[in-house]
Ligand binder design. Sequence first.
Ligand SMILES: Cc1cc2nc3c(=O)[nH]c(=O)nc-3n(C[C@H](O)[C@H](O)[C@H](O)COP(=O)(O)OP(=O)(O)OC[C@H]3O[C@@H](n4cnc5c(N)ncnc54)[C@H](O)[C@@H]3O)c2cc1C
Ligand SMILES: NC(=O)c1ccc[n+]([C@@H]2O[C@H](COP(=O)([O-])OP(=O)(O)OC[C@H]3O[C@@H](n4cnc5c(N)ncnc54)[C@H](OP(=O)(O)O)[C@@H]3O)[C@@H](O)[C@H]2O)c1
Ligand SMILES: Cc1cc2nc3c(=O)[nH]c(=O)nc-3n(C[C@H](O)[C@H](O)[C@H](O)COP(=O)(O)O)c2cc1C
Length: 616
Amino acid sequence: MSTLFVDEHASPLDAQQAAQLSALLQTLSASQATWLSGYLSGLNAQGALGAGTQATAAQPAAPAAQSAPAEPLTILYGSQTGNAEDVAEQLAERANADGLTANAVDMLDYKPRDLKKESNVVVLVSTHGEGDPPDNAEELHAFIHGKKAPKLEGMNFSVLAFGDTSYEQFCQTGKDFDAQLEKLGGTRVVDRVDLDVDFDDTVESWIDDVIAKFKDATGAGQAHANVTPLPGAAAQPAATESASSYSRKNPFPAEVLTNVVMNGQGSDKEVHHIELDTEDSGLTWEPGDSLGIIPANDPEVVAELIGALGVEADEMVTGIDGDVTLEHALTHQYEITTLTRPFIEKYAEQAANDALNALLAEDARQQLSEYIDGRFIVDLVEDYPIEGMAGADFVRLLRKLPPRLYSIASSHAANPDEIHLTVAAVRYETHGRKRHGVASVQLADRSEEARLPIYIDHNKNFKLPADDSAPIIMIGPGTGIAPFRAFVEEREERGADGKNWVFFGAQHFRTDFYYQTDWLRWREAGLLTRMDVAFSRDQADKIYVQDKIRQAGAEVYQWIEDGATLYVCGDANAMAADVHDALLDVIGEQAGITPEDAAGYLKNLQKEKRYQRDVY
Ligand SMILES: Cc1cc2nc3c(=O)[nH]c(=O)nc-3n(C[C@H](O)[C@H](O)[C@H](O)COP(=O)(O)OP(=O)(O)OC[C@H]3O[C@@H](n4cnc5c(N)ncnc54)[C@H](O)[C@@H]3O)c2cc1C
Ligand SMILES: NC(=O)c1ccc[n+]([C@@H]2O[C@H](COP(=O)([O-])OP(=O)(O)OC[C@H]3O[C@@H](n4cnc5c(N)ncnc54)[C@H](OP(=O)(O)O)[C@@H]3O)[C@@H](O)[C@H]2O)c1
Ligand SMILES: Cc1cc2nc3c(=O)[nH]c(=O)nc-3n(C[C@H](O)[C@H](O)[C@H](O)COP(=O)(O)O)c2cc1C
């Protein structure tokens, strides 16, 4: 890392001023430096600096008529799919407009050691994997729990945790940060808030609360109420800003133009190539972004639930935006399939059933998770019926139907009026019943029935390199191939001359080689430099993408050394970790370094945004 040094010859400063500034710069965190830059520009803009305030180097002028500046607020976000990042940027924008000097920083770009220099920190972090931090939060999370964690007495903090109650380790990473910052001596200014997937309304009030409390904590509420926001604290454009008026809260109704199953006869898989019409929507996206779909529940599942409840479909209930029929609410507004502990707890309060209460006991966690596995809400209603419960009372227990994300498989530059998706229909049998996923099967079976409410879920953390000549390695078995079709299509459109290498895996070459003709065309055109395929079930022993990575270890390492960015997309449960291990092995072996050093090498790539993952 370069040492911060102010050269008196290359600046208008005299030697003493240059030395003083150099000394100060060494002590500043990134956010403090940003704040200082804005503060000085702000004073200058207000005429507080300059001729009238010129002073000797030994006595720098105090800004006339200004009281001490308010302390900066550092907003740290850890985010995989962009939710925490979007809210962090909203918070920064509103805080700056409200007189605070706030800076939203990606945890990956933040030096963990700077934490001890901070006085006011807000952490927004999601949870991924099974209770794990998102990729960009891993390092800071490990640091605050490690031996080098600093004392944080004097630091004010608040945590906003993003999660999903359908996961057992709900908001675990946010809980970890919250507990650990307190343990290290920090003072909690606003109590932690744990967000479920439907977080918009809670976020609004949380932002108000955080701004009010941190204005007091930083002093921005008193002396600076009349100070114009400083340039360095200028509102940051939200990552999701686009020309379109459509968003998650106001989705665009898209027509499905194409829906074809890509698997050949005899395949165990059912993966659909879907094309949606986005003409006149104004929606724009970049390769690596996902499409959000607000799904509707299957009418048969709705009817089954209404039957089990013993209520009428046309009963009027209070829905999300006012009074609607029960059938409408259960079809379009609420989640009626996924069974979660919080739902069972609320249901149990009404049921007053000893057996159900026993299942919720602290020492029955394992039994409860076995009960939940493979069961829908209707199964609970059938197993533990509540006599005489009205539809309206039942609806009050439900959570809003969460949107589903799908990697966009087409480039906006190549197809500005269409979005392509690669969707695996989720169908399975459990407890003797056929079940299916809400959104994937709506797309597969009923996508022509009505327009689909869609929005773009921008993902800054899964992006092509800005340098078109940089090589890229894309690892995407199964539906994980989707974004890489968009990547290569985009590079074709841009005339990018960087080398492109794809690793793809599926069960059978004959039936499951998604977008084979596209890959062949790009291979022949020279755009696709190399493609390695792992068809797991075409021979006696399984072959996976990680085997192909190991086999091509020398070339993979050479590409990385030549500046390649590595991308991984698809299954989070096993594939992502197995590919990670294969990359560690390749790096260790080829560079002749220890496993610890290989881990450091890969971590460094991640920090340089040259190892990006979008796994689910
Ligand atoms: C950033 C991102 C990108 C994504 N991109 C894609 C993509 O390109 N293509 C794609 O197909 N998907 C993709 N997904 C996954 C997608 O969002 C949905 O999660 C998926 O389609 C399932 O949604 P669903 O509504 O059909 O199923 P849901 O109604 O959500 O049901 C899924 C649930 O069913 C249960 N279940 C599933 N199988 C079984 C089984 N065998 N036994 C018991 N229970 C089971 C599990 O509890 C599972 O969580 C992506 C996800 C993310 C986060
Ligand atoms: N969150 C969701 O709701 C959601 C949605 C879609 C997919 N998924 C998950 O993603 C998985 C993959 O789904 P998909 O349809 O995209 O792909 P897929 O077609 O099931 O799998 C693609 C290829 O990856 C192989 N594979 C299996 N385990 C692997 C591992 N540990 N490492 C590398 N390759 C491995 C498969 O081999 P074999 O089959 O021969 O073992 C197959 O050849 C699903 O099983 C599911 O768990 C989840
Ligand atoms: C693969 C995957 C795993 C997840 N695991 C958890 C989990 O263990 N606990 C939890 O509370 N939420 C979990 N979530 C839900 C996310 O935390 C939630 O969607 C959050 O809003 C994402 O925020 P982000 O976009 O800032 O990453 C998971 C989501 C995905 C896609």
